[in-house]
Structures are given as C-alpha cells and as structure tokens.
Design a protein around this ligand. Sequence first.
Ligand code: BGC
Length: 868
Amino acid sequence: MNSTLGLIPRKSATEGMVLVKNEEKTLPLNKTQTIAIIGNGCFDYIKGGLGSADVTSEYTIDIIEGLKNCCASVVYESLEKKDDYGLQTCNEFAKQSKIALVSISRNSREGKDKDEENFYLSTEEKELFDTLEKSNFEKVIVILNIASIIDVASIAKYSKVKSILITWLAGMEGGNAICDVLYGDVTPSGKLTDTIAYDYSDYPSARSFKASPMQVCYEEDIFVGYRYFETFKKEKVAYPFGFGLSYTIFEYQEIKSTVNENKIMVSLTVKNTGSFAGKEIVQVYSSSPKTNVMKPAIELRAYKKTRLLQPNESQSIVVTFDLNDMVYFDEPTASFILEKGEYSFFVGPNVRDVQCCGKYVQEENKTVYQTTLKFSFGSPYKLNAEGKLEPTKYWTENLTKNDLEVITSGDESNLIINIDKKEEQKRDTQYTLYDVADGKLSLDDFVKQLSSNELIDMANGQPPALIRGTAGIGNLSRLKIPNPQTADGPAGIRSTIPTLCFPCATLFACTWNDELLEEVGSAIGQDAMKNGVDILLAPGLNIHRNPLCGRNFEYYSEDPVVSGRSAAAIVRGVQSTGVCATIKHFAINNKEENRHESNSILSERAIRDIYLKGFYIAIKESNPFAVMTSYNLINGVRASAHAGLIKGILREEWGYDGLVMTDWHVRSHLWQEITAGSNLKMPTGYADEISLAQKFYSWNLLVREELEDCAKYVLKAVMKTRRFKEANFGKTQKISDFNVLDFICLYTTVSGTKIEKDGSTSLMGIGFNNHFDKVFVDYRIENDNAGEYILKINASVYSEGQSVDIYMDGEKVDEIMLDAPEYNIAKFFTFESKPFMISEGVHEIRSIINGAKIQDGVHYKKWEFEKV
Ligand code: BGC
C-alpha cells in the first residue's frame, strides 16, 4: 500500500469524531491509567455500512487492536467476546481499574430502514449501563460506533457516564483513530451535522416516515432537522446541530460583519485559550424577516474550520456568503425571492450558542431567479405557524388519490402510435472516437455514424469489466469506443479485491473540513486508479430527513449547505486524480423501504430549498462527471424519468453539462428516461427495454435527435475517462515495457462474480448481455524491434472452455486457449500465444473473450510481449 494514501483513513477518522460529553476532564486518558473493556461493542467494531458502500477492506483495526497498538493499559475478559457483564464481573474489573470503556454499535444497510427500537438502547445495553452505574467503577467512557443518530440522551443520563465520543463507522483504521482521540494525540474537532433529539418521536418526520410503504408525505416541509427544532421545539434538543466538544477552549474575538456588493463577510479572531492544541469550526447563520411567509428561525450559511491552533495561538477567520443565498422559493410566483425586511447574522460554535454579529435590511422584495413550477402538487399536510399539521389546499381542493395513481402508473395505452417504420440510413463508419478527440470531426458528425440501434445501445450501461464490477459505459468496438468502468462507492472502492476502507460519509461531514475532504477524495481516486476504476459511484448527498433511514451513513447531514460542500470537496479530490465522480441519488430519496416504488410527496418549496440545494452547491463547486438519479417517485413521477427534474432543473436552470445516469435496475422505461433527458440506463441493457425503445423510435415517439443528444452526453463522458485517455488507445506503450492496466476483466455476460470465503466463486446476477459487443480491450503498442513475438497473458479464469481472440490492426493473429490448472478468480496463471510477427511501428492490439458458458470471464493482471 502507498504509505501516504494509507494514512488518510486514520487522519480523516479522527477529525470527524464528535465528543458530546466530557465531564471531570475524563478525556483525554493517560496511558498509565488502566481502563477496563466492558461489553461486546469493543470486540465487534463496525468499520462501515452494508450494501453498495461495503468495502472489502485491506485490513481492519478494531478497538482492542487500537488499544494494543497505542500501548494503553487495559484489562478485559479475554479475546473472546463476553456476554455476561453482571455486577460481579464488573466489580472484579473495577478492582484493577476505575474507568470502564463501553462501545455501543449500530450498523445499517442500503435497501432497508431501521426499526424504531434501533434508535433506543436495547434491554441488554440498558442493563449493562444500569449495572455499571451500581458498580465500583468511578467513570464510564462510551464510544458510539453508529451508522446514524441514536438515543444519546439516555446514555448521557447515567451519572457515571462521564464521556461520550461518537465515532460513527470509522473505517479500516477506526481502532487506531479512536485511540488517537481517547489518549489526546488528536484533540476532537468534529461537530454534529444532525440534531440529536431526546426522543425519536421528537423528529418532525417521525410520524410520516414509516406511515406507508408506498408514499411518504413530507409534512414538515422545509422544517427539517434544526430548522424545525430551533423554530418550534428548542426544548426537545439534547445536542444541537453544529455541536461538539474539544479538549481545549476557543474564544471568539473582534467579531465584525460587513455587507459589500451582495456579499456578507463575517470576520473574527479565534484564540485557543485552553491547554491543548485543537481546531475550531466557526459557523455563520442568518435569520430572515418575519413575514407571512414561514421561515426557519435560523439557517446555516457558511462555515470555516481553523488550522491546528496551539495553546494561546490565534487565527483570523473570514467567512463569506452571498445575500442571494438567503432567498426562499416562492411557489405562487415560481421564483426565488429575497424578501424585504431585516436579516440578522449570527456566529458561533453551534446553532444554539450563536451571537448576533450584524444586520442587513432589504428594502424591496427582489426576484433573484424567475422560473416555472417543475413538480405537481405537494404534501397533503404541512406545518402551520404554530408547528401543527394542517391539510394543504392542493389535496383538499384539487386532487384525489386517483389522480396520483394515474400519474404513477405510466399507462402507455393512451399513447398515439404512428407505426410507420423508419428506414435506417446507411452510416458512414470511417471515424473513431479518437478522431473526435483529435479534432478531425465534431461529436455532432460522429454520432451521425451510429445506427439508431447503436444509439439506443449507447443509452444503456455496458458489461462490467472489473471483478465484482457494477457496469461500464460506451463499449462499441467498431468505432473504438472503450468501456470505462464504474464502481461504488462512498467509503472507498467496492471490489472483491481488498481496497482502502474509509470512514462513512456522515463522519466526513462532521469534520467540516473541505481541504481534508479533498485529500480524502484524492486518496479514494488514487485507490480507484490502482483498481482499474474509471468512474466512482459516489458521493451520495441525500438529506438526513429521519434517523431511521438505512442509508444515512452514506450521506452527510440534515443541512443542504454542509451536504453540498462536503460532496463538492470529495468530488474535487476524486477528480483531481483523473477518476470521475458521480453524485447521487438525485433526488429526494430519503427512505429505503420499497425504494423502487416509494413516492416522496412534498412541496416544490421543500424540494428546492432543502432537497435540491445540496446538489446545486455540489454541481456549482465541483462540476461532477455524472449525476445518478434515484429510484423513488417525486409527487407521482419517477425521478429517473422526471423531465422537470432532469431537463428542467438540472440542465436548463443549473446548466449542468455532465452525464445523467439512472440508479441500478430502476423501474422507469428507457424511452421515458431518454425523453426526460437522462442519458444512461444502468447497469446494462435489458432486452425488453431495448426493444421497447426501438419500437418507440419506429413509431416516431423517440426521435433521432433525442437519441443523438443522449449519445453525445455518453460519448463526452467516455472521452473524459482515464480508460479513453490513457489505458486504451489514448496512450501508446513501448512493446519492451508494456504494462496493462491492472484488473481488467473480460466477461461474456454481465453478471458480476464474487469470491466466497472458501475461495470458490459465485454469480451476482446482473443480467445477460444484450449489447452489440462483448467486452473488448484495446491497447496501442510501439515496436522498434521487428520480429516474431509471443504474447504472454497472466490472468485468472473462472471456468473451463474459454479462449481470447487476439487481433492486431484488425487481423486476428491467434486464439489463446485459457486452459488453467485451476478455475479460480484469485489464482493467476500464464497463457501464451503462438509466435506472430510484429513489424516496426505502432500497432493496435485487441482482445475479445470467447466464453463457453453464460458467465465466463478472464481477469488480466499482466501482458508481456516476448521476442522469440
Ligand atoms: C445503489 C447505488 C449504487 C448502485 C451500484 C444501487 O443499488 O442504490 O447507490 O451505486 O447500486 O452498485
């Protein structure tokens, strides 16, 4: 492993852990103090969440190992986990130590929300804390190794619980990072990006979250997280948004604010007046005029983290934001308005402990951006000024549930069909995609060479060419369009091959440190390159609407500014390496249960002011390669085929020029997606979807311009990838030191393969190959020593009876039989071609697999040319 790269998981983990309680200066610990490990949590450390964010880690340092590594003085029962920590056992330990360390863990997964019980302590956990309270221990330190917010307040109530450190799912280096913080090598500097309420039922979305598997009414409207609590229910907050303790103390001095040319600047000096080196996060909020339009009492506008300040050291900080950031979306006029009246600015260490640092008066209502409504009716209920639910006019006056069902069903029988079959024009095929890159012809002219069937194919994901790969894009051999590869995900590369496992996204956000997240992104990008990944399917930035959402750990915050900025920093980091990033899931996918059919029903104001705002920030601040749409419906229309969302907002309003892909196996039709402005149906072509799109084309319901537009987005995207620029024809390699990109696989079909614990392989079943091309790989070699060569391929093979065809400059030179001593994805053998002549000059070498069975594949590790 590259050593600097390997440091990033630990460094980022320490910076996103949040200390919420620390009485009697219990932390940091001293290494001479003996601590007793109590409970199962420390033995069952959870490095990351499950689903597409699950990483096969190179290794995992759990809490026990972390303690050993830092030479802490610890006592515990045995390496085997212990189930019974009754009073007697606890008191036995308390003879050797006055401090107990307990870790509470909660995992989570994609595709499944958590039950309400998961928010609270289990009976066993409660019993353990009750026992510790009665025991001879003097202090209890609690680590919360959790995927999203739980009932922290009940733990804090125990008088012996002196310290609580929320470590989230801290990745492969979690155990080391936790000890860095416990023992004061790193002063905690993370702050909450979600409000911790006293009870689950206090969250404004608690009532609606699980009310129906079919639809979720976003009754709280724009009042998500602290926007709700700070406006209506301050007393329900155990730990406010933005809160986090440090071992040191910071003073805010010389606070000033100025408004200049639409920019608000808050300047101050932060001084470390305590006795530890530490970092502080300065948060700037604003309040809006009190008018008939309901607004949150306070909203985060900007923030900045200091550098590491030594005791007595100060740093001048300037935090800026735009006046226009304070607009709200006015539904009646479909415009973003900066309302007239008085705005106040606040600065502080969290949303609760702020001080007013300036005011601004807007003389007149100002329309900052005029648009049109893009979503139909919203939620049937909304909060009124007192924070109570009342029915909205859309549902009471205008719409019935029937209307909703009609929109949702997408019934095609109503469509007028023109069955005139179109004749395919004969297409000129002489130019390759490399000619477009070389400026020999425009992309507009290039796509004219593709037949309508090829264009439709281009609108589909392509077979994966990576182990446990997710899918590729492009892949048309006749025009030399390679097949760049996608892979998940937010905590590092998901592959069967071990990779770096980073902390979860929520921890990243709690660092509030854009520079650090750029470093994280760059490390993920470098690991992606090492594993042959061109396009990362991350970051995800959906809003934490409810603590039970199964994917919260993959996302950042209840606040769109933190979400958007965190995502932007990760994207900038990833893309600085040449790897492409995909922001997901666009949009309003805040629940996992029945995720393919769940209908998010909400006002257009909530959509724009809360749920889309983070995506807007991420796009403006990082220009991500791709946007992945979500599974859910929005007010009755599938997000993946929502013209208002994709064409209307993403393309026209925001001017986004990158690729738009669906999530995997969405249930909208390909033709609907193309019409709505989406470019790629993932993961791969379904025969029935392709033929339906072909029918729609022949009926003139999909037109050639639409297909060409779609293909242009895909091809522009292909041309941005490393596989286009470097790995295939983008780079010519000398035959003497030829080196293929690691981990290229060829599949005959598109199912993924996974290595089981016993070394055997199993299928992941993505579907069959409905594409024109089998996966092919091209290389360009340069030879200055003409003669006969043998091609040696070091590769693993999944099953017998396969071969690869080798072509040089379009001519087949050999078929190499892949008869391996063992058919195992993890075992590599060398296969040789017969000698063939390679003259001086540049040559194009292509390999294509011939599979014997449905699911066959070869995994190349190395190619070498040996002169005979
Ligand atoms: C997830 C995506 C992921 C994709 C590919 C889907 O189930 O929702 O986030 O990128 O699978 O693994």
